[in-house]
Design a protein around this ligand. Sequence first.
Ligand code: HEC
Length: 123
Amino acid sequence: MKLALVLIASTAVLGVGILTPAQAQTKEVSFKKDVTPVLKKYCYNCHAGEKSSHGLKVDNYDNIMKGSKYSKVVKPEKSAESVIIRSVKNQPGGTKMPPGRRSVSESEIKIIADWIDQGAKNN
Ligand code: HEC
């Protein structure tokens, strides 16, 4: 009986935790936890460490915000205008990235786009 009460009580606590208004809104995307793994998976081969195709490195926050030799690739709060999004979506104003047949999935593109639209924070 005591155990059952403990279980009910902890379920209630967890339930309240899940339903707090802050968490019910769009989840805040973290550059480190959410965006970095996507970039690592698709981009580090050519845009990290010693490799900086087009002068662009995406291996840390400062480098991605610095952009390429020619332009910035992230426009905070404006994912649709950001060259990085145009490139992974293979749209005009970008160059298909990664080059070749492989493409970043819709859900992974959304992670990068949400991060930009939330202000491209160093979080
Ligand atoms: C196989 C190597 C390779 C991979 C992998 C790769 N890139 Fe590139 N990237 C390049 C090269 C080469 C250029 C210069 C392309 C050009 O000018 O035609 C470039 C250019 C770019 C540019 C500048 C485009 C422009 O039009 O100004 C962006 C932004 C970019 N890459 C982002 C990415 C992102 C994001 C990823 C991962 C999703 C990625 N790249 C993966 C090789 C790569």
